[in-house]
Design a protein around this ligand. Structure first.
Ligand code: UDX
Length: 438
């Protein structure tokens, strides 16, 4: 099929590459000429395992191309996906100006007799599809189109496998013609397809992400009780997770959730539920618990070091989760800035995120020393904090780490290490919600 994706960010670019991989012809549109130039030159603006090969392979096979022209994309495609950002506003509600602008632009280039399915892939509040349809009609009276909601559930860091083998495909549609075309797009993925109305599909995305955030806050609240009682949250999570109705996934206690989705989507779901007159107060508690995890953790560090000012503190990890270079809304970055703000000398290392953290001015290299290796960060450190659970951190030479440090003290914010192993290496070891982490 001929598909167009408007917006070449994480969701748009990975979706475009995966659609091309299964045989569709895809044109990715972006209004950032610099990004289009990069992609046309074979450079990938984001780090996502497997994405580069996928893009190169499909560009070479002439199934994937990039342009800045919406008209070009819409002209050559039966289906037009919208995958532009929907950032949060100050009150937590979603800023839909990019979606509205794209809807107007699509209306402006739709030609008479040119039926198109306009698909919203960006995460949007319920009832946005209705507004997109109204907007297209208002700016192009004769337009022939249907609006479909098709939320994307990919996770950063494993976006390609998530997209190639999804748990489910949700298609929110009121038109059989549009639904049939959408089913053809997804046929090669051999995943279960759930067809719903447009509003339900939109709601599924916010409800799913809020539920996963709730799971994380639930286990984090349990972790606090474990610390207070001497229980071990990892054992508790294993024990409750073995119940198939609960499941072990997303029960990892730590510094809390970050990233571009969970914090934003929980806020947006709170805001939309208020607007609809059905406030979802449970989610306010989810947010409160999440914010408290970093405060509790820093307090633990401060308690052991007594004062933070002028202490050498090594931090491993800057990205909001492993296997990505995304440092937006990263709890690790908040942690680093808090420590530096308190006068500590922070030396930080991340396998992929350091460059963007500096480029996007999330970290000031005048205040935080960015290191080239995990070991370099530990030189003379009075403690080491693990803030993101990159696998490579588990495989370090801990004898060398200990020799480099001033004091063998580790705070593990993601429960990556085994307490026994760390104690065998001679470290004083604290984690989240684990015995000895009080
Ligand atoms: C999330 C959803 O999982 C995905 O379906 C949606 O499309 C986008 O939002 P993403 O933000 O990429 O994906 O990462 P995810 O792996 O879900 O992690 C989100 C945050 O939760 C990270 O900061 C992670 O460290 C944290 N997390 C996750 C925990 O603290 N504990 C867990 O058990 C799981």
């Amino acid at each position: 099929m001929d598909l167009c994706i408007i917006g070449s960010g994480y969701v748009g670019l990975v979706s475009g590459a995966c659609f091309a991989e299964v045989g569709h012809h895809v044109v990715c549109v972006d209004n950032d000429q610099r990004k289009v130039d990069m992609l046309q030159a074979g450079q990938i603006p984001i780090y996502e395992p497997g994405l580069e090969e996928l893009v190169h392979r499909n560009v070479a096979a002439r199934r994937l191309r990039f342009t800045n022209s919406i008209e070009d994309g819409v002209d050559h495609s039966q289906i037009v996906f919208i995958a532009v950002p929907t950032p949060p506003q100050v009150d937590g509600s979603v800023d839909l100006t990019y979606i509205e602008r794209v809807a107007r632009e699509i209306a402006g280039v739709l030609k008479p007799g040119q039926y198109r399915v306009v698909v919203d892939k960006s995460t949007v509040p319920v009832k946005t599809g209705e507004k997109v349809a109204d907007t297209i009609k208002r700016y192009n009276k004769g337009a022939e189109f249907d609006v479909v909601s098709n939320p994307e559930f990919l996770r950063e860091g494993c976006a390609v496998p998530d997209l190639m083998s999804p748990d489910r495909i949700v298609i929110g549609s009121a038109s059989d013609r549009a639904t049939d075309l959408m089913k053809r797009v997804y046929e090669p993925f051999q995943a279960p397809i759930l067809v719903t109305d447009v509003n339900s599909a939109e709601l599924i995305k916010h409800a799913a992400n809020s539920f996963l955030s709730l799971k994380i806050s639930y286990i984090n609240a349990v972790a606090a009780i474990c610390e207070a009682s001497g229980a071990d949250v990892e054992m508790v999570a294993d024990g409750i997770g073995m119940d198939k109705r609960i499941g072990r996934n997303f029960l990892n206690a730590g510094l809390g959730y970050g990233g571009s989705c969970f914090p934003k989507d929980v806020k947006a779901f709170i805001a939309i539920s208020k607007q609809l007159g059905t406030p979802f107060k449970l989610l306010e508690e989810v947010e409160r618990i999440n914010g408290s995890m970093l405060t509790r953790f820093i307090e633990k560090v401060r308690e052991k070091l007594w004062v933070l000012k002028d202490k050498n503190i090594a931090v491993w990890g800057m990205t909001f989760k492993p296997d990505t270079d995304d440092v937006r809304n990263s709890v690790a970055i908040d942690l680093i800035n808090h420590l530096a703000g308190a006068g500590a000398h922070v030396t930080a290392y991340d396998p992929k995120g350091a460059e963007k953290a500096v480029e996007w001015k999330l970290i000031d290299p005048a205040k935080v020393k960015i290191c080239a290796t995990p070991l370099e960060a530990c030189k003379d450190a009075e403690c080491l904090i693990l803030a993101t659970e990159w696998k490579e951190f588990a495989n370090q030479d801990f004898d060398a780490v200990k020799a480099a440090m001033h004091t063998p003290l580790i705070f593990d914010g993601r429960n990556l290490f085994s307490p026994e192993t760390m104690r065998d290496f001679g470290f004083t070891y604290y984690a989240v919600g684990r015995a000895g982490a009080k």
